[in-house]
Structure formats: C-alpha cells, structure tokens
Write a protein that binds this ligand. Structure first.
Ligand code: ZN
Ligand code: ZN
Ligand code: FE
Length: 745
C-alpha cells in the first residue's frame, strides 16, 4: 500500500478532468482525493503500486478529449489512510491558469437534444463536461459554478443528482442546466410560448426580418441569406456597403451546394472550435448577390450552440451571421447594450439570460496547401496559451492599432486576447482596458514590462505612457513585431530573411513602412531591404481612395495617366499636385499594400474602398481569372539596404492597360510581387548565407500570391515559413511584441 501525490498542469479545468480522475481511481480500487487548484489539478491516491502505475499511465495516455496536459509531477508521500475516493473543495494557489476555450455542442448532447424521451429534448442550453461555454462564462478561477455566470441558476434536483453522480456525463459540469432550472431563450417583443419559439424565429427569418441573436461570445445579426432585400437592408442599416458577411449553414450538404470543400476544410468546419472557414464559391445559386460582392470566397460556419441547431429545424436556408457591433467596435455581449445599440439595425431581438462575462468573436480561418491559416483567432482557440521557445519576464504587449489583440506572457507562455477591434475610438479603448484587467486577473500574471507600438499617436502609446513611472515601457516597430511574431509562432531560433509586407505601420525613420525585409533572429533584426519610398498625399484619406495613391505615384514620377484611367477630377488632381509640389500633408511610404491599392485603381478594379484591404482583395479576385506566368520588370538597387523599385512595372502596366485584359495584368502583377520576393531573398541569401525565408503581414493573406510564391521559393531551395498558430495580419502582432521582454536581453 502506497500513497502518491500527483500534480497535473495544463488545460485541466473545465474539461471534465476531476470526474475522469474520480472514475479512473474507482475503477482501479484506489482511494484518496482530487481537487482543482489554480492552474492545476492535484491528486492523492492510495493503493497497490501496480494500480498507481496504471493510474498514472492512463492519465498521461488517455486523458479527457478537451484536456491538454503540460506537466505531470508525481511523488510518493506518507499519508494517513483514506477509505474512499472523493472530489474535494478547490483551492486557490500561486501559479497561472489555463482556461478552456468555448466548445461546440458534442455529439452526445446533440443526440439528447433530438431525443423526445430525454429530459433536455429541445433545450437550447444543453451541455456537458465535454462541450459548451467556458471562457465566456468564467468570472474567476478556480473553475467552479459559483465563479461563472451560471451561479444565478440554482440546479434542480435532477441536475443536482447528475452533477454529483460520478457516472454521469455531467458530473461536475459547471454550466449544467435544464429547462426547469437553467437559462432561457425568448424573442424580445413577442409573447411566444417556448414550444413555438423556434417556429416563430424561422417564420421571422422567412419573412425577411433582421434579428439580433445573442450567442456564446456575443451578439450575431442574422437574416435569410437568400433574401436579397433583407441582406440589402442589413447593409444599409449597418452602413456596411460591401464587406463580406459570414454565413451559418445547416450542415455540410448545404455548404457543398454553394462551396467547394476539401477534406481538411471539412475537418475544420466540423471541429470542436467551429470557426468560420473561407471557402471557394462553387455556385451562388439562390444566395443574395450582396453577401460577398466581388469575392470568390465565402465565410461559412456550421451551427455550434444548441439553439443554432434548433433554429435550422424550422429554417432551411443559409443564414447571414455577422458580428453584432457597430463598424469596427467590439462585439456586443449584453442584452441592454444590444437593445440600445442595435435598435436601428435589427427588427427583433432573440435574447437569453445566461450572461456573457467575456466577449469573443467567431474565429476566421482558411486552408491553403492543407495548412490552416488564421485570419482571426478567437472563439474556440482563445484564450488557449501559446507556448514559446523563449523565457519572458511578466509582460503585457498592447498590440497594434487595427485588428487589435493584446497579449500577456510569463515564462514560456503567452495568452493572446481575442480580437478586440480597431483602437481608434474611446468605446473600443474601454473594452481594451477592461479586457486587459480581466486577463491580468484571470491568468494571474502581473506585468513588469509594457510593450507598445512605436507610433507616437496611437491610443495604445498614450495608454503606455501612463505607466512609465511604474514599470519598464518599451516601444517596438510594427514590422519588426510581425517578424518576431513569426519567429515565435514557428519556433524559429536561426536567423531568417523575413518579409514583413502589409498596409501600414509607423517606421523608425518617421516614414510609413509596409514593404520591409529584415534579416536576423529574435535577439537582433536589421532592415535589409524595402520598397522605394513614394509620396502619398493626404494620409488616411488617401488610404480610402486608392485612386489618389495611384495619382500621387504617377505624378511624383512624372508619368502621365494618358488613358485617363483614374476616375479622379481635375480639382482632385490639382490638390494632389500642389500637396506634392509644396511637400504639404505628404507621407512617404514603402507599403506593399499601397502598391496593391495603386494597381487596383489603375486597372479600374477599385478606386475607392469601403473596408480595409478591399482594393487588394478585389485585385486578387480579378487576377484569379488568368493563368499567365509573365512577369513585369522591376529593379533592386543595391546598397546597405536594398531598395526595390517598381517604376518599370507601373510604366508597363499603364502601357498594357490600353490593349490587354485587366485580369491578365492583375495576374502578371501578382507574379511580379512573387518574383520581387524571390529575387530579394536570393540576393540576401548570397550576402548573409541564410536559407530560411519567413512571410508575415496582411499581404500574405493573399492566397493567390502564396500559391505563386511558395513553389518559387521552394524551387530555389529556400525553407519557407508562414504563420500557423496566429494570423499573419495585425491580429498576430502582440505575440511578437512579447519578445521584447525576453529574459537576459
Ligand atoms: Zn456535450
Ligand atoms: Zn435542472
Ligand atoms: Fe501590419
């Protein structure tokens, strides 16, 4: 007879770990106890040595499906004798926590939801230890019902029995509930009996109503995706002219009617994380043409909350499911706020009374070459920690201005926040500050270092300034942070040639960077190449007007827009000319994203945008119609830092524009960007003897570019690294910023 103490760290809370341990101990005739402490599960077992061994083997080889074990520590101890095995009270402890992300309804619960003989038949909030909300309902840790938003629901006798019954699937399932004791769903203005609720929701959708539906991590705005007038009305109400809407579809059969789905995509669509997957459109069929105008991909997800399934029982068409927010503000999570802010956008509200403590958007991903790439890492993934190869001091990295996420780190773990939004307004800033506080508290990390973007005018910089007297505050340049993110994401210790291509970021020389190449590693990166600067007249306003970027470029290079391709008035031309001549309100940029914008405008694809990246996205779509392999001329001027000059290409494009189909030009432009990267990498390999190439920044969300570029680099025997665990866009920046807190630097 031996006693053994075991401590297991990792994602072991909220995933049915204690019940699993309980059953395992019972089956092996072991006595003792199990408890949750902060960030770990502690166990004491007593029994024969062989059974203790079997117990530990089963723990490490066959743990509950949602758990993730980081470490098992075991030690033989002297203990008084226990006669039974029990789950005992949680204990608060030092060390940090892991919180499970929110998980889509499991097959067992789905079966019960459909079973007329089950007591949870049709219950919209059914869940168990293997599925349901987690992060979104957690107020504090250790993870117990009283520390979740479920604390207000007192379990009925039947639920209570399951909760305490070790052989039940709901043994210690904290969000456990049923229609007698748990949360409820209703339509706000209508008095509909529960038995008719989903029929009514279906009816409203069929009638073309726009509904705000409270979800797991926040509100969705929903309407019938095949009803053109409903979708148009939603666009008008939301003042969102053309940015694509995501869809929720009933099942894979429905998705396959509209989109191509390969095996990897199918697996991800059905996965427990249930992200939105960007799928190539097969046929629009009856879908409203306003869902994703000018786009060849659709963002689609499968139902993930039990009531999503119930909605589709009475509604047999794809549903628009866009985030319930105003423009780029954070997603709305509370009933009162939704009714206030969305009242002019939607016709009705589908509400429930399970409070969302922590908001989180749907995740967005795409699959290229069988690899998953994040566009947005949120529900289902966050706040799972990212393990990194370096050790960092306790740190808070404030992230970028657009698509903000922040990160906190300690040791070799980084917790990245879900998508917050664009940190341009005070409303978003409030949520940013609130979420930072929550993260610091939940994960028990007390930052000693604060990292922020170099841009002097960002709200995050202003925020950082306030802490200067309490802690070490370090700025980092945006494009460096992209490359650092990639190095941490892919665990790259060796030096690489890192391409950091995106729309915009404040450069170290005061110019607007965006087409930068760095050489080095996590400790030292130096800028080895960039696109030649060109003037951009009028800052942010010109970013919304690619035609003005194009005209600035042409005018400053003394090229005439002979064919009058740019829809730009003589007055606008004069304004731009005088700004450039007088060097007033001029920014110099090396941005690759702006080069995409410029070409998009010259080709007449998109001259004014209404969402970020639109001109480049539509240029990519236009190029997908051609398969030419031709390449435009460009120059790389050697010096201490290489300078990439696209003037020869732009001149040729203007010429071609007169007699060649614009798809061919657009494709040839993509080829040229790929060859620019290849040539730059080859020159730098020669100079620095580095064979690893990394790609980071929003430009590398361009799937056509990736498809052209990867084979070229591989053919030239480069090892190519792209992002895997975080997005290549600015949503991934905060991870890289963490590197500034590396120990021993
Ligand atoms: Zn379940
Ligand atoms: Zn109940
Ligand atoms: Fe960026």
């Amino acid at each position: 007879m031996k006693s053994c103490k075991i401590k297991i760290s990792g994602r072991v809370q909220g995933v049915g770990f204690r019940p699993f341990v309980y059953r395992l101990a019972k089956s092996l005739d072991l006595t003792g106890w199990v408890l949750n402490s902060t960030g770990s599960v502690e166990i004491l077992i007593q029994g024969s040595e062989a059974n203790i061994r079997n117990f530990i083997d089963a723990l490490s080889h066959d743990p509950p499906p949602l758990s993730h074990i980081e470490n098992i520590f075991e030690e033989i101890v002297e203990e008084s004798t226990y006669t039974d095995f029990s789950i005992i009270k949680s204990r608060e402890d030092k060390g940090f926590n892991f919180i499970s992300p929110d998980i889509a309804i499991c097959d067992d619960c789905l079966r019960e939801l459909r079973d007329p003989h089950d007591r949870r038949f049709g219950y919209p909030f059914i869940n168990c230890t293997n599925c349901g909300p987690r992060y979104t309902i957690i107020e504090d840790l250790p993870y117990d019902r009283e520390k979740t938003t479920m604390k207000v629901f007192k379990m009925c006798e039947a639920c209570n029995e399951e909760y305490h019954n070790p052989i039940s699937r709901r043994f210690h399932a904290q969000p456990d509930a049923c229609s007698v004791c748990g949360p409820h769903l209703w339509i706000d203005s209508l008095n509909i009996p529960e038995s008719n609720l989903f029929k009514e929701i279906g009816k409203l959708l069929y009638e073309g109503q726009i509904l705000a539906i409270k979800g797991i991590g926040g509100f969705h705005i929903a309407c019938d995706a095949t009803n053109e007038s409903a979708v148009e009305r939603l666009r008008n109400n939301k003042k969102r002219r053309s940015k694509p809407f995501a869809l929720m579809m009933k099942d894979l059969d429905m998705i396959r009617r509209y989109c191509y789905v390969n095996n990897t995509e199918e697996k991800i669509l059905r996965g427990k994380e249930r992200p939105i997957v960007l799928l190539r459109i097969k046929d629009y069929l009856d879908l409203s043409p306003s869902i994703a105008p000018g786009n060849l991909y659709l963002g689609v997800m499968l139902p993930y909350a039990p009531y999503h399934y119930l909605i589709f029982d009475d509604f047999d068409r794809p549903i628009v499911m866009t985030s319930g927010n105003l423009s780029e503000e954070p997603i709305i999570k509370d009933n009162v706020e939704a009714k206030d802010k969305l009242k002019n956008i939607v016709d009705n509200f589908v509400l429930h009374n399970r409070n969302i403590r922590n908001r989180i958007d749907d995740s967005v991903v795409f699959v290229e070459d069988n690899d998953l790439t994040f566009v947005r890492r949120a529900r289902g993934y966050a706040p799972d920690p990212l393990k990194v190869s370096i050790e960092v001091d306790p740190v808070l990295a404030l992230g970028p201005e657009l698509k903000n996420t922040f990160a906190i780190g300690s040791g070799n773990y980084v917790f990245m926040s879900p998508h917050i939004g664009d940190l341009k307004d005070l409303e978003t800033l409030d949520v940013f500050e609130e979420t930072i506080e929550d993260f610091i508290h939940l994960f028990r990390i007390n930052p000693e270092i604060l990292v922020h973007d170099l841009h002097p005018q960002y709200l995050s910089t202003e925020f950082a300034e306030k802490f200067k007297s309490f802690m070490k505050v370090v700025p980092v340049q945006h494009h460096r942070a992209h490359i650092l993110s990639l190095l941490l994401d892919r665990d790259i210790g060796d030096p690489i040639i890192g391409f950091s291509f995106d729309g915009t970021g404040f450069g170290e020389d005061g110019n607007i960077w965006g087409g930068e190449v760095f050489v080095g590693n996590l400790r030292e990166l130096h800028r080895a190449a960039h696109f030649k600067y060109f003037p951009m007249a009028g800052g942010d306003y010109s970013i919304e007007n690619p035609k003005r970027i194009a005209y600035s470029y042409l005018f400053s290079n003394e090229i005439e827009d002979n064919g009058n391709y740019l829809p730009i008035s003589p007055l606008e031309k004069d304004i731009i000319k005088s700004m450039i001549q007088n060097k007033k309100n001029i920014f110099y940029t090396s941005s690759c994203g702006r080069i995409f914008d410029m070409v998009s405008a010259i080709l007449g694809v998109r001259s004014v945008v209404d969402y970020e990246g639109q001109a480049a996205v539509e240029l990519e779509m236009c190029a997908m119609d051609s398969d030419t392999s031709a390449v435009y001329p460009f120059e790389i001027q050697k010096g201490s830092s290489l300078e990439i000059d696209i003037l020869p290409m732009i001149k040729k494009i203007l010429e071609d524009r007169q007699h060649i189909n614009r798809s061919i030009i657009a494709r040839q432009f993509h080829n040229t960007i790929a060859y620019i990267i290849l040539s730059t990498a080859e020159i730098l390999r020669e100079k620095y003897h580095i064979n690893k190439v990394g790609l980071s920044g929003g430009v590398f969300q361009n799937r056509l570019l990736l498809n052209i570029l990867s084979p070229l680099l591989k053919e030239s025997k480069f090892e190519v690294y792209t992002h895997r665990r975080i997005p290549p866009n600015d949503g991934g920046i905060s991870l890289g910023q963490i590197a500034l807190a590396m120990k021993g630097v």
